[in-house]
Structure formats: structure tokens, C-alpha cells
Ligand binder design. Structure first.
Ligand code: UD1
Length: 366
């Protein structure tokens, strides 16, 4: 038997880890000798940010919860490293598998590798080149000590090659987040606000904003919201608010009654909203992948992306963080001039199966 520690810590990890758990369970039922231990770092802990995803995506209760909670970057990193190290010192696994680019991803990979436990990184190799994002530092640090990379794109493969990673450590498998999306499509369901706001398909916008660069400065946040109000006039706009953004809006006393602020949604309701939206306006990375697969126009309020295929192949466009860029982009959208887009290679719902097959070869030699 070989055991893998599966690390999940923050909201965008949960939809990436769920299908890997499914594929590992399928493999076990076929007689595979792979086993896993699910470790939740507790970076996200609210029901809306964590528990509801476990329920809706059928993720089992974690075997271990490190309960690190909120804190500064260093506090969270240190807290997760110390707690995970204790677990490993008691009982090591044969592999530490991390996903994405959150603080939990980096912290657990460091703790594992220092104790001689190899690391696999799902979504390895992507780069924004933007060193102001904590995620970019998490990616670069994680990838510098990762043994095996499971990648979502050719660009990620190229980034790793350029960094000197040998070909036999790079596995271009596709996107586990899309495995989840395709599995859950039939179960998506309208949120409460659907009827309350009398929403109709293709006749409303969805907004999400949570990057510190966009929401932590008073004037910047207000100008972005005003530009969204101006550019979407005549359409309802639904804005599920991330806790960081909610805190800022509250503290700054910002009010834009034209936008419908709602609590963060669960997976099934959020993606129902996205699937039927006229367009999504966001500063998220993961959502640009989901909109690409759903064929929904996406306007990204960032100056760079680590997911360029959502632009070259998908429906995403980088609008930048200057609020004045929004009006012309929304005018193009309303004029029906948005690109249609296609689906990047291997984003086909079978990525987790591929990953588990490779893990069997790497760990068991099967
Ligand atoms: C983290 C990830 C980011 C990801 C985002 C999705 C890092 C560096 N960033 O950012 O890549 O896109 O998650 O949500 O890992 N809070 C709650 N309840 C919770 C969790 C957080 O209220 O369950 C509040 C706390 O006030 C906390 C703040 O949200 O201080 C930010 O949480 P944190 O985990 O530090 O980072 P995110 O901004 O969520």
C-alpha cells in the first residue's frame, strides 16, 4: 500500500481535489494499492467558504484538520507548516499532493519535502509574472521543490522546461477543476436571488472581486464598482461578496445600491448563475477557466493572468485594473462582438483519472 496526503485549504482547492478523491476511490475499488489521507489546513473555515463545498461536491470529512484559521501571510504559512510537520513526524505518507496556488499549497509542500516526502503539484507551472500577488510567490516556491508536476496547459509545460525541469517530471493532464464542472453540470441549481431578482438567462451580470490589489484600497475599489454600475446599466448585477471584500465595503461604508450584493454562494448555485449570465466580471483566476468551458464571456479586472489559454482559446479578456477600460469592453459585449472561444486541450473531464494512473506508475510501478 502507498498513501498520499491530499491537501486542501481554501475555497479554490476544494473543486480541484474532489475529482481526485473520486478517481482514487475508483482505483481502490479496482484493486489499486493507492490510499489517501485528506488533510484540511483550515485556511478557510466558514461554511460558505468551506463546509458547503464538501457537502455539495461529496468530499468526505477530512481525516485531519489543522485548523490554522485566518492570519497574515507569514502567520498562516508558519501555522500550517508547524501543524502539518507534527502530523508527518507522527506518521509520514509516501507523497504529498497539493493543488493550486494558495498559502496551504506552499506551506504543506515545504513541510513535506523537508521531511523527505515527495511532492506532486496539480496545476503546477502556471505563472502570472506578477510578484505583487501572494499566489505567484506560492507557485514559484512550490514548484521549486515539487517532484512531479500535473499541468493544465502547454504554457505551464513551457514555463517548467524554461526553469530547467526535466521532461519526465512534467505530466500534461488537463484541469481537475473542469472535471468537477462537467460532473456537476446536471446538478447546478438556481440560487435564491434568481427568483427574488427575476433574473433571466443572458440578461444579467455576475461580479466577483477579492484580490487585495483591487479591494484593499478605498479609491480603487469605489472607482471599480462605479465603472461596473455605469457599464452594466439596464441589467441586474449579482455580486456574491468574498469575506475580504465584505469587510472592506463595511469598513469604508461603500454603497452602490445598483449592485445586488449577496453572501458567497455554494458551488452549484454559483456556477448556475455563471452558466446563464450575459457575462462575468471578475478578478479570479479559476472562474476564467469555468467561463471558458461554459462559453460565457469573461472580463478580468487584472493586468496579467497565469492562465493565458483562457484568453487565446477561451472567452476571457484582460481588461486591466484601470476602471476606464470597462466601458468600451462592455459596449463591445453589448453589441454582440465578444469572441466565442473554444475549449483548451485535455479539459475534458478525465484529468483526475489520468493523474491517478500516473500516480500508480510513480508510486507502485503498476
Ligand atoms: C485565498 C487565496 C486566493 C484565493 C482565495 C479564494 C492565498 C494567498 N490566497 O485568498 O488565492 O483566490 O483564497 O477565496 O492563499 N475569511 C473568512 N472566512 C473564511 C476564510 C477567510 O471570513 O472561511 C476572511 C478572513 O477575514 C481572512 C480573509 O477572509 O482574513 C482572507 O482570507 P485568506 O485565506 O487570508 O485569503 P483569501 O483572500 O480568501
Amino acid at each position: 500500500m502507498k498513501r498520499i496526503d491530499l491537501i486542501a485549504g481554501a475555497r479554490p482547492n476544494f473543486m480541484k481535489i474532489a475529482p481526485i478523491i473520486g478517481a482514487l476511490n475508483d482505483a481502490k475499488n479496482r484493486g489499486s494499492e493507492l490510499r489517501f489521507r485528506l488533510i484540511h489546513t483550515g485556511q478557510h473555515y466558514d461554511r460558505a467558504m468551506s463546509g458547503s463545498f464538501f457537502e455539495e461536491l461529496g468530499i468526505p470529512d477530512p481525516d485531519i484538520n489543522l485548523e490554522v484559521g485566518s492570519g497574515t501571510q507569514a502567520e498562516q504559512t508558519a501555522g500550517i507548516m508547524m501543524a502539518y510537520e507534527k502530523i508527518l513526524l507522527k506518521e509520514k505518507s509516501d507523497l504529498c499532493l497539493v493543488v493550486g496556488d494558495v498559502t496551504s499549497t506552499m506551506a504543506c509542500s515545504i513541510a513535506a519535502r523537508k521531511l523527505g516526502v515527495p511532492v506532486a503539484h496539480v496545476e503546477g507551472g502556471i505563472r502570472s509574472g506578477d510578484w505583487t500577488m501572494p499566489e505567484e510567490i506560492n507557485r514559484v516556491v512550490t514548484d521549486s521543490i515539487t517532484n512531479w508536476f500535473f499541468t493544465t496547459s502547454q504554457t505551464a509545460n513551457d514555463n517548467l522546461r524554461q526553469a530547467g525541469v526535466d521532461e519526465d517530471r512534467i505530466f500534461f493532464v488537463g484541469n481537475t477543476m473542469i472535471d468537477t464542472l462537467l460532473t456537476q453540470l446536471p446538478r447546478l441549481r438556481p440560487p435564491e436571488c434568481w427568483n427574488a431578482l427575476a433574473l433571466e438567462p443572458s440578461n444579467y451580470f455576475v461580479v466577483t472581486l477579492h484580490r487585495p490589489g483591487n479591494v484593499d484600497g478605498e479609491q480603487g475599489l469605489l472607482s471599480l464598482l462605479e465603472a461596473i454600475v455605469d457599464g452594466t446599466r439596464g441589467f441586474p448585477v449579482v455580486f456574491p461578496v468574498h469575506p475580504r471584500t465584505a469587510k472592506q465595503l463595511g469598513e469604508l461604508g461603500i454603497r452602490t445600491p445598483q449592485l445586488h450584493y449577496i453572501d458567497p454562494l455554494g458551488y452549484l448555485e454559483f456556477n448556475y448563475l455563471v452558466r446563464h449570465a450575459r457575462a462575468v466580471i471578475t478578478d479570479s483566476g479559476g472562474i476564467t477557466e469555468e467561463t471558458t468551458v461554459l462559453g460565457v464571456p469573461c472580463l478580468t479586472l487584472r493586468d496579467n493572468t497565469e492562465r493565458p489559454e483562457t484568453i487565446t482559446m477561451g472567452t476571457n479578456e484582460l481588461i486591466g485594473t484601470n476602471p476606464s477600460n470597462l466601458a468600451p469592453a462592455l459596449a463591445r459585449l453589448k453589441a454582440g462582438k465578444w469572441k466565442k472561444g473554444g475549449i483548451p486541450p485535455k479539459w475534458d473531464g478525465k484529468t483526475s483519472e489520468r493523474i491517478v494512473k500516473i500516480l500508480e506508475q510513480l508510486l507502485i510501478g503498476a
